[in-house]
Design a protein around this ligand. Structure first.
Ligand code: FAD
Length: 499
């Protein structure tokens, strides 16, 4: 089966409004990396985004970026390797991952990091240990925000002569007469996005239609579809509308569905990730996931009904989210939320401002004693104290006998135990967070048709792509994926200009 030729406009019927070498659709990490790369390779490059603000999920993202060989790892004496990185991603993805794509990410992640530093991104001296990673390898820009990566990249590209437009939605791809090659796109300028979880973006007809001719290629950096409540529930019936979502409102399946009409191959669509670190005490992503980084690494998560741990706090997201959902609903219909907490030393694993913000929002609570913590959350106190006692012994011995959580030496000291009050805690609930599935690509970021042949002139990168992360994406691995393949997509599009 090839491209569905009935569905696209034919070359000769188009009156082009503009002409570009590369059009990047989407302004997150993948799009921003593609934009920089395209303009640096002397291509006339345009980036469009349907939203009124730039950045998509990337701009509201936590900025956690996993790479091998960062200065932060070297300075702390952490030994790591590409092989281990690939192994960790593969393990979390239950081996469903497209391994050649994972290897490209692993081998080019450090280069992508350097690419950002050379274009104005600054990273702070901090190293995090995210669930599912064998070693600490996560770094952050100056604050926990992906905007600190996308904005400098976009500013850099603008200075180099790139063009960026908001409120422009891509509606369709335009192929040549044979239906083999993408030669342009149909867009609407002045599009007004309206949010409603049941809103079908197809019914939004705002804006003025324009046709852009494209000489090199289109880079689909259009992100995931976690906020497309209807579409996600068709793929996974458990993902009911009542589940909260961490994404920006524009994370719909509009672009994916358009590409599917053109018989593009998709991969892993039904694998949709829940983040285990959400809080029922705030909407969206919020502050809990930021505090959860040290709380999971240097503290414990207990079942509020028993005071006992029930999962390795550094297991990957899928394992933790499933473990929480298993204990969430009680037989009588009431709900239980597990409690995640660490002590005052553990809490220094994130910036003070993050803890204060959480306390101010009444998401994080501070307690002088374990008794107070137990009383507040209605946890059996003796059981809770025993859990902490046992955990502290495991930390001292460097081995978690109960849940096999990995303990690491940072600057030659073991991670903190839970012994220095005050204690900081939050209630946890999984939230819909990441769509592993998307269009299939090869290692040159070329989008494949259903026969697995590359479609000329069509490239994709970032969360729009299915394959690298298999069943579940490891935390802090989306940024390297987006940056690495965003750059590759633009390089491949520029190659077509030479043909
Ligand atoms: C709250 C939150 C925190 C996260 N934290 C981390 C983290 O710390 N580390 C990590 O590695 N990952 C994290 N992730 C995941 C990561 O942020 C995303 O996977 C990543 O941002 C996706 O980047 P992208 O460039 O593929 O897409 P996005 O950044 O989502 O950008 C896609 C853009 O395409 C636009 N678009 C879509 N369709 C069209 C169309 N038809 N026409 C025009 N424009 C269109 C959208 O409006 C959007 O702006 C987080 C995710 C969320 C939601």
């Amino acid at each position: 089966m090839g491209i569905n030729t009935n569905l696209f406009a034919q070359e000769e019927s188009i009156k082009w409004d503009e002409e570009w070498d590369i059009v990047v659709v989407g302004s997150g990490f993948a799009g921003s990396a593609a934009l920089c790369q395209g303009i640096e390779l002397q291509a006339k490059t345009l980036m469009i985004d349907k939203m009124p603000v730039l950045g998509g999920n990337s701009a509201i993202n936590g900025g956690a970026f996993a790479i091998v060989g960062s200065p932060q790892q070297q300075e702390r004496g952490i030994e790591d390797s590409y092989e281990l990185y690939v192994k960790d991603i593969y393990k979390a993805g239950l081996g469903l991952n497209q391994k050649e794509l994972v290897e490209v990410i692993a081998k080019n992640g450090f280069e992508a990091y350097k690419f950002t530093t050379q274009r104005g991104v600054i990273y702070r001296d901090n190293l995090g240990h995210f669930g599912g990673h064998s070693v600490p390898r996560t770094i952050w820009p100056t604050i926990n925000s992906g905007g600190k990566i996308t904005i400098p990249l976009q500013e850099y590209a603008l200075k180099k002569g790139a063009t960026i437009r908001t409120k422009v939605i891509l509606d369709d791809l335009i192929f040549d007469k044979k239906g083999k090659k993408v030669i342009g796109i149909k867009v609407r300028e002045n599009y007004k996005f309206k949010f409603d979880p049941n809103f079908n973006e197809e019914n939004n007809k705002t804006g003025v239609t324009k046709y852009y001719k494209i000489n090199g290629g289109v880079v689909m950096a259009t992100g995931g579809f976690s906020y497309d409540v209807n579409f996600r529930q068709k793929l996974d019936s458990q993902l009911t509308p009542d589940l909260d979502c961490t994404n920006h409102y524009g994370a719909t399946a509009y672009s994916l569905k358009m590409m599917m009409k053109h018989n593009v191959k998709t991969k892993d669509l039904a694998w949709i990730q829940m983040g285990p670190w959400g809080s029922p005490d705030e909407k969206g992503f919020g502050i809990a996931p930021v505090f959860a980084i040290p709380a999971f690494a240097y503290g414990v998560m207990v079942d509020a009904r028993t005071g006992k741990r029930f999962v390795n706090e550094l297991a990957d997201r899928k394992i933790r989210a499933e473990a929480i959902l298993k204990i969430h609903k009680n037989a009588d219909g009431s709900l239980t939320h597990p409690i995640v907490f660490c002590d005052s030393v553990g809490a220094t694993g994130t910036r003070k401002e993050n803890v204060y913000r959480g306390i101010h929002k009444k998401v994080i609570h501070k307690f002088d004693t374990l008794e107070d913590l137990a009383e507040f959350y209605n946890i059996p106190v003796e059981s809770l104290k025993k859990t902490v006692e046992d955990y502290n012994r495991y930390v001292k011995n460097g081995k978690d006998e109960e849940m096999n959580k990995p303990f690491f030496k940072l600057r030659n000291k073991f991670v903190p135990d839970i012994s220095k009050p005050p204690y900081y805690a939050f209630r946890a609930i999984p939230k819909v967070h990441h769509t592993m599935g998307g269009v299939a690509i090869d290692t040159k970021a070329r989008v494949l048709d259903k026969n697995e042949n590359p479609i000329e002139g069509l490239f994709a990168a970032g969360e729009a792509v299915g394959g690298p992360h298999g069943a579940s994406r490891l935390g802090s691995c989306a940024i390297p994926d987006c940056l690495v393949f965003g750059r590759i997509a633009a390089q491949s599009a520029v190659e077509l200009l030479k043909v």
